[in-house]
Design a protein around this ligand. Structure first.
Ligand SMILES: [Zn+2]
Length: 561
């Protein structure tokens, strides 16, 4: 299907002048619709329809196409939307672009996301309906059986008969939420209708449906999208728990891991001296979809680039998805994980599992939370949660790690998230520890996790911190810069941006790491240096590194709004 997105952005607006450029959390309102458009898979082309030259310039600066200026007679306060969409679709048809469907994207809906657009177009296609429009459930006090009218000075039921008090006796009713998304077939528009006869609903949450109409809505959006500056929780030095490196990395397992780190490409490099070009495919930015990127560094015969639009650092080109599946299922990788994971499982439960469960518990109100750990390895967090009385489930693609956890009585499964068959909104917390950095399409997995979380529930994730002391001290030699396996490199800023784009509000961000341990190890193993002075104060130094958000492991909790 050829799908044309139309963003109507008039300059004139009664309540807020140039509302579409009003600032929310430091960005123009229009930018939030641009984020959704960029990440959408289903829009073939997107144009802005405006009569205002300043808005046209701003839209172009954000990367949107403005192929025409809207005639002023279609830009008054009472112009209906139908002729605006007809005008846009006809203008492009004259230009050789025939759309099968048009998607109206009001910039006044900053909480509408790419997944809503894609679900609306998918639904339009699969049902054959005339249109799909986003709706929000009408809050029960506002249903017609509850509302009242004024008769003189007295209140009367709006409908004849008594008002209905019991919530379960009231009908479920829906209202168009802006609409944030309207996908309509071009044929229906040409027949003179905006919705046609067969219109289907795309249900959105109340918080996703906020429509920026007046200054009060702007203030609310500022609160939800901005939330002030990034906050790093302060911890006292005596709360800082040391890590027993000998127990975490028993024997020479860590040295083995680093020695074997290029195992998937060793054969190729031996045979060809490099990775053959036909095995690699360039990819757009995995957060924002922008194709423009600048080279950041090269390592292990692969390139790491930085997105010019959103600043994310990521590997491009990459192998295809099948390659990575093979790598993670390979005996060699499973051996690495088994050696590191199983030998330290009990230590990990006590040192890391309980710590992670405690952090989550502070952000959950359920008495017996239901938690899912995606990429659970041997299940050391699942075990800690179970021991606290939680209902805890884990998924991992490594059968030997899962088998180990199952023998300990844990509810682990060696299946992919998309094959697990969980109900939407069925978990209080979904965890992604050390997962997103491995994925070609991290948004797909994060989105799937966000949908499994109940509204008000949390996603808790760990990723390596690209802006960490490890990277600043060791540069490209930092161990986590591992482009054959780590495809995405987040910072406190870019991870928060990613969560926001998926409807998750960051409410906790902390870093902790073994930056100093790793740095001293590197100095000793690679450069033969002796750093007794630094070694003596390494733990204290690490405390300050963590407190400043420069620790190697970035921990983030995003709440589903
Ligand atoms: Zn980007």
């Amino acid at each position: 299907m050829n799908v044309l997105g139309v963003v109507p952005a008039r300059g004139g607006s009664k309540a807020i002048p140039r509302k579409n450029l009003a600032s929310i959390a430091g960005r123009p309102l229009l930018a939030y619709t641009v984020d959704a458009v960029r990440a959408s898979r289903r829009l073939t082309r997107v144009v802005v329809s405006t009569e205002d030259a300043a808005i046209a310039d701003a839209a172009r600066a954000l990367g949107l196409e403005v192929p025409f200026l809207r005639p002023v007679e279609l830009a008054s306060d009472d112009t209906p939307m139908l002729p605006v969409l007809q005008h846009a679709s006809r203008a492009l048809a004259r230009d050789g672009f025939a759309a099968d469907a048009v998607v109206l994207l009001q910039p006044t809906s900053p909480f509408r996301r790419a997944e809503h657009i894609d679900r609306a177009v998918d639904l339009l296609e699969s049902t054959g309906a005339d249109s799909v429009v986003s709706v929000v459930e009408v809050p029960h006090p506002f249903t017609p059986v509850s509302v009242l009218r004024l008769d003189g000075e007295r209140l009367h039921p709006y409908l004849d008969g008594d008002t209905v008090a019991r919530r379960q006796d009231k009908p479920r009713l829906f209202a168009r939420n802006g609409p944030a998304v309207l996908a309509v077939r071009t044929r229906v528009l040409e027949e003179g209708s905006l919705y046609g006869r067969d219109s289907r609903p795309l249900l959105m949450e109340a918080a996703e449906s906020i429509d920026i109409d007046g200054p009060g809505d702007l203030a609310l959006a500022e609160l939800l999208l901005g939330g002030g500056r990034l906050q790093v929780p302060y911890r006292r030095p005596d709360e800082y728990q040391k890590v027993d490196v000998a127990r975490l990395r028993p024997g020479d397992s860590y040295k083995q891991l680093i020695a074997k780190r290029t195992h998937p490409i060793d054969e190729l490099v031996r045979a060809h001296g490099r990775i053959p070009d036909d095995l690699l495919t360039p990819r757009p930015c995995p957060t924002c979809g922008c194709a423009a990127a600048a080279l950041e560094l090269e390592k292990d015969h692969m390139r790491i680039v930085r997105c010019t639009a959103c600043d994310l650092v990521y590997v491009s080109p990459t192998f295809d998805e099948a390659h990575y599946k093979t790598v993670y299922r390979s005996a060699e990788y499973q051996d690495i994980v088994r050696d590191l994971g199983i030998s330290s499982h009990e230590y990990r439960v006590q040192r890391f599992g309980l710590e992670r469960v405690d952090i989550m518990a502070r952000h959950l109100s359920a008495v017996r939370p239901r938690m899912l750990d995606v990429g659970c390895s041997t299940g050391f967090v699942v075990e800690a949660a179970r021991d606290r009385g939680w209902e805890a489930v884990g998924l991992d693609l490594n059968p030997s790690a899962v088998e180990y956890g199952r023998r300990r009585g844990l509810d682990l499964h060696a299946v992919a998230l998309e094959d697990a068959g969980f109900e939407p909104a069925s978990f209080d917390a979904v965890c992604l520890f050390d997962v997103l950095e491995h994925l070609i399409e991290p948004v797909r997995t994060l989105r799937a996790c966000a949908r499994l979380v109940k509204p008000g529930g949390i996603v808790f994730l760990y990723v390596p911190n690209y802006d960490s002391a490890s990277r600043l001290l060791m540069g490209r030699d930092a161990h986590f810069i591992w482009p054959t396996h780590h495809l995405n490199y987040y910072t406190p800023v870019t991870i928060r941006d990613l969560l926001r784009r998926e409807g998750l509000r960051t409410e906790y961000l902390a870093t902790e790491g073994l930056d100093l341990v790793d740095y001293l190890w590197y100095r000793r193993e690679v450069h033969g240096a002796r750093d007794e002075g630094v070694e003596a104060i390494a733990d204290l130094l690490q405390f300050f590194v963590n407190a400043g958000a420069y620790g190697k492991n970035l921990r983030v909790i995003g709440r589903r709004i």
